[in-house]
Design a protein around this ligand. Sequence first.
Ligand SMILES: [Mg+2]
Length: 173
Amino acid sequence: MPKAVFLDRDGTIARDVPYCSRPEDFELLPGAAEGIKLLNEHGFKVVVVTNQSGIARGYFTEGMLARIHDKMQKELAKHGAHVDAIYYCPHHPDDNCDCRKPKPKMLFQAAIDLDIELGESYVIGDGEMDVELARQAGCKTGIRVGEPGGTGDWVAVSFRDAVEQILQFEGHS
Ligand SMILES: [Mg+2]
């Protein structure tokens, strides 16, 4: 069964623009495409999991989000990289849904859809919730990017660094 690396979007692989609603405002962070390409090349499924409560708040529609994600894939493709799937939670925190991170439903769904072995998979994110997500989904580890002294199982100075730690742990480098 394939292993996956689940990626937070905002603040991890993309510039954190609060409630980003326009493709023009969406921007990959330096090193994001290169890191994702490395994961592609080493056989990991790469899956973006992102909370997008801007939909429930009425700031943007699912169609607008789809255009942003089209741009993301196109930018990645320019670097020979791709993500295998994107899952988002459109709900408001007060909706108490079962998909909003750190709840693990998006990862459980991805595991079914892509035949992923969650216990051999990783989460990379810039928030506490991404580390908690890894725990709740039973992933191998949650890696927190940025903020030295954070509480991730592992911490990384950048997304690229997080990818390299995974590859090293897996014996690929
Ligand atoms: Mg984030």
